[in-house]
Design a protein around this ligand. Structure first.
Ligand code: E4P
Length: 222
């Protein structure tokens, strides 16, 4: 399973990329607005693309097909690893087809059902992003969308990658991985939590204490 970082924070992306923990990045208008402030968002995206080798999703804000294609084509010029993020709408699906025909990679966002994922895949999306956490928030089982989409994509040998999004905690990552999602995009705090286990800390402390005792004994014997 590939891990993407779900952020536009240059600090978090630098940390995760240098640690070799991520295979790409996803942004959205909310995340980019937070990071960019008064800066040109294109400059922020360019910087992100230089920090990671893998795909970087950048979302259009136009709602009509022509606008999405125009904006997507401009975003794709920022760097070779840009993936154009398109919302799951009728106009968006037409845009995905056009962008795919022009050789651009797309990530269809705001998917909340497996049939939306199927439609996006049929349109030629490179990735589909079902939002697990937001479904959980409204009392639905977000993971069911990943489960159903995996079966459907396998049934029809669809090459579109399932990108588990809106991930809130490590258990989401484990379940998505067990189902076979191709990618999970994680906020930095969730990625950090994946590295941790209290027994790892306790075990390391014990190993070092035992080793230091041995060193002290050896010194005393000299
Ligand atoms: C995906 O690409 C989105 O940016 C993201 O996962 C949304 O997550 P949220 O529901 O935590 O905002």
């Amino acid at each position: 399973m590939k891990f993407f970082l779900d952020t536009a924070s240059l600090k978090d992306i630098s940390w995760a990329a240098q640690a070799g923990l991520i295979d790409g990045v996803t942004t959205n208008p909310t995340l980019l607005a937070k990071q960019a402030g008064d800066l040109d968002p294109r400059d922020v995206l360019k910087e992100i693309c230089s920090l990671v080798e893998g795909p970087v999703s950048a979302e259009v804000v136009a709602l009509d097909t022509d606008g999405m294609v125009r904006e997507g084509s401009e975003l794709a010029k920022i760097a070779d690893n840009i993936v154009v993020k398109i919302p799951m709408t009728e106009a968006g699906m037409v845009a995905v087809r056009r962008l795919a025909t022009d050789g651009m990679k797309t990530n269809v966002t705001l998917c909340f059902s497996s049939v939306q994922c199927l439609i996006a895949a049929k349109a030629g999306a490179t990735y589909v992003s079902p939002f697990i956490g937001r479904l959980d928030d409204v009392g639905q089982e977000g993971m069911d969308v990943i489960r159903e989409a995996r079966v459907i994509f396998d049934n029809y040998q669809l090459a579109t990658e399932i990108l588990a999004a809106s991930i809130r905690h490590p258990r989401h990552v484990v379940e998505a991985a067990m189902i076979g999602a191709d990618v999970a995009t994680l906020p930095a705090d969730v990625l950090k939590k994946l590295l941790l286990h209290p027994l790892t800390d306790r075990g390391l402390e014990q190993f070092l204490a035992d080793w230091n005792q041995r060193v002290a004994r050896a010194k005393a014997a000299v």
